[in-house]
Design a protein around this ligand. Structure first.
Ligand code: NDP
Length: 276
């Protein structure tokens, strides 16, 4: 019998995770089955308990259950603790579950390893202060960047996030209307604004010459933020597909102890669509 894994969320039909993990398993010769699980909005804990009681080995967790998974985990890694959200559950002995969050390392690996972004000394703007921004906060601060500035539609939430990251590096909050005099080597959009074809109100002067933009959202067509980046003359304007693949690779490594090569899976998912 193959080892069983799954991704749980609601909705879940759109999830690319089964495709990604099945490709990783094939490439690394691992005998495993990875499925989609539609989580019950009223009984997430029950769904998780039944999955592991029936022999499941590990779960990925997606919206809207990442906070519930954090609360459910018997122990959490430091990065999950600070993220306040868990996207990977690992079965330990004695029916215990460890919760981890691989989103942040996924973002950093996509930018640094796949595309060669130099975080050392970089000025980075993080737009948004929801779950995704919180998940990438500490991994970003640990890259050796020069400074991280957080801007959010609700400024109080950006201030809270900056406070949370303060002991891990140079981070502060700033209102959008006070950003005009600042320059950034990388602007990361951690808002779902693109779902409505919107772009957060970032002054167009903010992107440094040769600066990069990164939208954590991904879609078949370039997102509105990717297009905004191109209009600003970004050296690269990337979306979050690579982050998705890299966070999955980190989960795979946590479960199987093998780090899969991500280039092939990424190329297939990306298809023929070229990015700048
Ligand atoms: P949340 O709903 O938790 O956070 C939303 C944040 O975006 C809040 O700070 C909110 O501001 C802000 N926001 C929402 N709409 C707008 C808008 N129209 N203009 C400006 N700001 C806006 O979402 P998540 O943090 O969970 O996810 C954010 C994005 O990251 C999503 O697109 C998600 O798909 C993506 N993501 C991608 C991953 C990947 O692997 N590529 C992994 C995880 C997330 P306010 O506080 O004022 O409400």
């Amino acid at each position: 019998m193959p080892d069983r894994y799954a991704v749980i969320g609601n909705p879940i039909a759109h999830s690319q995770s089964p495709r990604i993990h099945t490709a990783f398993a094939r490439a690394t010769d691992q005998d495993l089955l990875y499925e989609r699980m539609l989580g019950n909005l009223d009984d997430f804990a029950g769904d998780v308990a039944r999955f592991f009681a029936s022999g499941g080995c590990g779960l990925n967790v997606t919206l809207p259950f990442k906070t519930a998974a954090w609360a459910l985990a018997d122990e959490r890694t430091a990065r999950a603790e600070i993220a306040g959200a868990v996207n990977t559950l690992i079965r330990l002995g004695g029916n215990r579950l460890r919760g981890d969050n691989t989103d942040g390392i996924g973002l950093v690996r996509d930018l640094a390893d796949r595309y060669g972004f130099q975080f050392q000394g970089a000025r980075v703007l993080l737009v948004g202060a929801g779950g995704a921004a919180r998940g990438v906060l500490v991994p970003l601060l640990e890259t050796g960047l020069d400074r991280l500035v957080i801007a959010n539609r609700t400024p109080e939430k950006a201030a809270e996030l900056a406070l949370l990251g303060a002991e891990h590096g140079s981070v502060r909050a700033c209102d959008f209307n006070r950003l005009a005099s600042e320059r950034f080597d990388l602007i990361i959009n951690a808002t779902p604004a693109g779902l409505n074809q919107q772009v957060p109100p970032i002054p167009s002067t903010c992107l440094a010459p040769d600066g990069w933009t990164y939208d954590m959202l991904y879609a078949d067509e370039p997102t509105s933020f990717c297009r905004w980046g191109q209009q600003q003359g970004a050296a690269r304007s990337l979306d979050g597909l690579g982050m998705l693949v890299e966070q999955a690779a980190e989960s795979f490594w946590l479960w199987r102890g093998i780090r899969p090569d991500t280039a092939g899976v990424y190329a297939v998912l990306r298809g023929a669509r070229a990015q700048r």
